[in-house]
Design a protein around this ligand. Structure first.
Ligand SMILES: Cc1cc2nc3c(=O)[nH]c(=O)nc-3n(C[C@H](O)[C@H](O)[C@H](O)COP(=O)(O)OP(=O)(O)OC[C@H]3O[C@@H](n4cnc5c(N)ncnc54)[C@H](O)[C@@H]3O)c2cc1C
Length: 231
């Protein structure tokens, strides 16, 4: 039976080699430029938080500000300069526009993550659940010009140098998901892979809107939400 090798592009890395890194600047470079599959992106981001002394339970845009204050080398600064323009938009009211709103997004596809980023910038407490453990879809998406601009403002070029270079206007779903996952993590979105949404449950018995997720013992089953988005 034929076996398939891990899909990598260029020097993007699907290995576990990042685990031996200790210098936060190197981990940051690995996270932004090389990590490409879900375990490497999540794993290197978690390692980065750890080495910077950031609480592993820190979420929300305040996490972005912590990263920014602790990572001050030039490569990181160019990303902060770009993302600050987004974070500081008047519409987000310093991340207070939707403060106190808890949101659950079902689906870590491009739309779910792009929504999650927006909700985080508005100040929501946001969770994304994805039933698949990996990004595996190589179907190529055509991107409208305004989408390309939007993704560039979210750091796409920093995470993937070849992003829409020259006249290119397409990208694989998995590459787009990897880019958006990195931005989502930096903006403090909480993301759970391998968790399946089953059904929504109406308020009652002392609980607000909530949902059933698999596995049934996952803590998300005990959390109430103001908004649930199927993406
Ligand atoms: C074979 C094929 C070819 C395609 N080719 C193109 C193309 O060439 N160009 C194009 O623009 N589009 C194409 N598409 C459509 C493409 O999938 C979408 O454009 C894009 O993925 C839509 O993004 P999305 O975020 O809306 O949804 P999706 O990418 O579908 O994301 C939804 C996510 O939700 C997750 N999910 C679903 N149910 C649950 C649940 N109960 N609990 C937790 N997670 C859940 C899924 O695993 C998935 O990751 C193709 C689709 C297929 C199937």
């Amino acid at each position: 039976m034929a076996t398939s090798a891990p899909v990598t592009a260029g020097d993007r890395d699907s290995s576990e080699g990042y685990r031996s890194l200790v210098d936060p600047a190197e981990i940051f470079t690995y996270f932004t430029e090389k990590a490409w599959d879900v375990p490497q992106i999540i794993g290197s981001f978690s390692l980065l938080k750890d080495k910077l002394g950031i609480d592993k339970e820190a979420y929300g845009v305040s996490l972005y500000h912590s990263l920014k204050s602790k990572l001050t080398h030039w490569k990181a600064k160019t990303l902060w300069e770009l993302l600050d323009k987004k974070v500081q938009l008047n519409e987000y009211k310093n991340q207070k526009a939707c403060q106190g709103t808890s949101v659950c997004v079902v689906g870590c596809g491009p739309v779910g993550m792009r929504f999650a980023i927006e909700a985080a910038l508005l100040g929501c407490d946001i969770v994304v659940v994805e039933k698949r453990p990996y990004f595996s879809r190589n179907n190529v998406l055509h991107l409208w010009p305004f989408t390309i601009d939007d993704l560039k403002r979210l750091g796409a070029k920093k995470f993937y140098g070849q992003f829409c270079a020259g006249s290119l206007d397409h990208i694989s779903i998995r590459s787009l998901q990897s880019i958006l996952l990195k931005t989502s993590l930096m903006f403090g979105v909480r993301i759970y892979f391998g968790i399946e949404f089953v059904k929504i449950k109406e308020p009652g018995g002392g609980r607000a809107w909530h949902a059933d997720f698999l596995p049934s013992n996952h803590p998300l089953n005990d959390i109430d939400f103001s908004v649930l988005v199927g993406a």
